[in-house]
Design a protein around this ligand. Sequence first.
Ligand code: ADP
Length: 495
Amino acid sequence: MKKYVLAIDQGTTSSRAILFNKKGEPVRIARRDIKTSFPKPGWVEESATDIWVSVVESITELVEKAHIHYNEIDSIGITNQRETTVVWDKESGAPVYPAIVWQSRQTASLCDKRNSKSDFIFSRTGLRLNPYFSASKIRFILDHIPNGQKRAEKGELLFGTVETWLIYKLTNGRNHLTDVTNASRTMLFNIKTRKWDKDLLKIWNIPSCMLPKICPTAHDFGDATYLKHDIPITGVAGDQQAALFGQTCFAKGESKNTYGTGCFMLMNIGDKPILSKHGLLTTVAWEIDGKVTYALEASVFMGGATIQWLRDGLEIIKSTPESETLAKKVKDTDGVYLVPAFVGLGTPYWDNDVRAAFFGLTRGTTKEHIARASLEAVAYQISDSLRVMQNETKIKLKALNVDGGASANNFLMQFQSDILGCAVKLPVCVETTALGAAYMAGLQTGFFKSLNEISKYHRYQKIYQPKMNKNLVSEKLHGWDLAVKSARSFKPHLK
Ligand code: ADP
């Protein structure tokens, strides 16, 4: 009797294995942390072998501790940190270079060299020319190993983002596959034809023989024969797309925001890609039963990390939840704004040169005001992104589904609802990323019957409704706009 779907959630800082039951409830979880190295300023790398081992160890621990048999597991869903790039030897299966992590800036100059192509690249991929995406990372690896280009052209090397690497290892090297959502983050994938794009491959000089085959998100990716019992891998999606699915944002216009280190907001835009004029990325959300759904995505660099800075940088709080206690001790920020541009600003500004700034400080400013202004800043950034999304799609948001570490902060969620003027909904199961992958896998096998069935399982632990007076909201947003403008005009570090 098949009782569970196993979700593998391979993230930047940890790998997790989670068992979900027939009602989409998490019943057991195991995790392993992953070591990240920073070999030079701006470089971020991980060992692809460590990533693989961490996944195997978490699955093994999960099954042992849950006292279940492998044959009770119906299928496997994989969700993963996106864009992180692995290249390995086809013959030995050994990585030829460390995995270059999505955050890494080590390929910035490779992108700069292709600046004249940025509009063309955007028109084909929906992505901004930026070191985040995989293409420049593959180029970098081929340039940094002996005879890299030649070996790739001879078909001796394989490329994969993390899901491809895991499928390859789990199927004992039989299958070299990716899914549409991960492919759409490589900068080599044509978002309209949904195929690898010859012109893009040419721009990066990447041989097509090293690329995996692109599959739908719910699909038979092969049996995980590496495990003690062969279990089919039937669902695969990048982490943010999986979270959108796990939040059951199945209808056009439905959106979710994940409040992690950064914030990633995705809106389901239906079956046609929209190319944004104002800094949003276009991405494939999923492909199921031959139907493709697209999403618009906003990236905010400093989400929960702003609160980490209060704890580790300013040291005005001992734990991140304490930010809520402090914020609630004052009735407002007393006119204080923080623009948390510690690493520049993402959507909709995409300004790498702006620095963080406080505005409106007086002798009366206390750490309570600072904490409150910091939490409000997270919400303002989401509001900026949403304003752009609503303008471009002409869709007015009814509710924002939320998850991620900082969604536990009641003050932040209430303020978010106030500023957006819509409901903010926190689900019972906050493991939405893993849940999304499990849903996709289970839909493919029939473990879950339909999107309708899944939607019925989705329950909320809390729904925040807007309470703030509309004039006050406008006043606050006006203050925020002025603060961002002022911060962006302060660039003495630029000669
Ligand atoms: P990631 O997946 O990016 O590692 P998580 O979803 O685990 O992130 O969330 C961690 C982030 O959430 C941290 O930046 C932390 O500062 C923030 N965070 C966690 N709990 C709270 C809280 N109660 N209030 C505000 N921020 C919080």
